[in-house]
Design a protein around this ligand. Sequence first.
Ligand code: SAM
Length: 237
Amino acid sequence: MRIDVVTIFPDYLAPLDLSLIGRARREGLLEVHVHDLRHWTHDRHRTVDDTPYGGGAGMVMRPEPWGEALDEVCGALPGRTPHLVVPGPGGDLFTQARARQMATEDDWLVFVCGRYEGIDERVHDEFSARYPLSVLSLGDYVLNGGEVAVLAMTEAIARLVPGVIGNVASLVEESHEDGLLEYPVYTKPQQWRGHEVPPVLLSGHHGQIARWRHEQQLERTAARRPDLLAGRGPQGD
Ligand code: SAM
């Protein structure tokens, strides 16, 4: 998978060199290119923003640098079409299902990192007419820029790309994969500060362990995220 990120803070994306994502890049499973939007400015101050038409607080990102940047970045691989992703608090919620869909269906993502009050709407109009484009939100709160959202989305998507995580089974049993939160997990020692590991996990009885884990998933989901259980039957199926 190829990922391009256009931002005014390229250094913000440095964590994409670390851990499993960094290793996936070194192994050629993931190709990441980070671009500085100011590269496509032409004035002495490398200006990317201006005051909003209609008045109001804050600044808006000008369309010209974005137009030139996206023309060049999206045209970098003739014959291939990128999926443009614009992080924004007004977008569709980015979920595990969305991450899996993108890891499966997309082989090239171009992330567009807004700052200030956002990007002149005509950039959206121009590029959504030329490419598949999604506005995606991390959640119902406001960040200062798209970079943190890109880090989160890239990690969630890239770990689902085949080969990035060694143990594929660990991906299947995670929270949100089956619409439930994950069961509690334990490791050694068997006793710690007076707390015991639940005896069923020491029983070696796979059927009982699987039943206990499913019950725990339902209890935890009901307690913390009852909204996820809406529409399920009494057994959580
Ligand atoms: N004025 C905008 C609004 O009310 O919708 C918020 C702009 S925000 C200060 C600046 C940038 O941060 C946005 O363009 C977007 O790139 C990013 N951002 C903020 N909150 C986000 C969220 N919940 N999910 C994804 N990106 C977000």
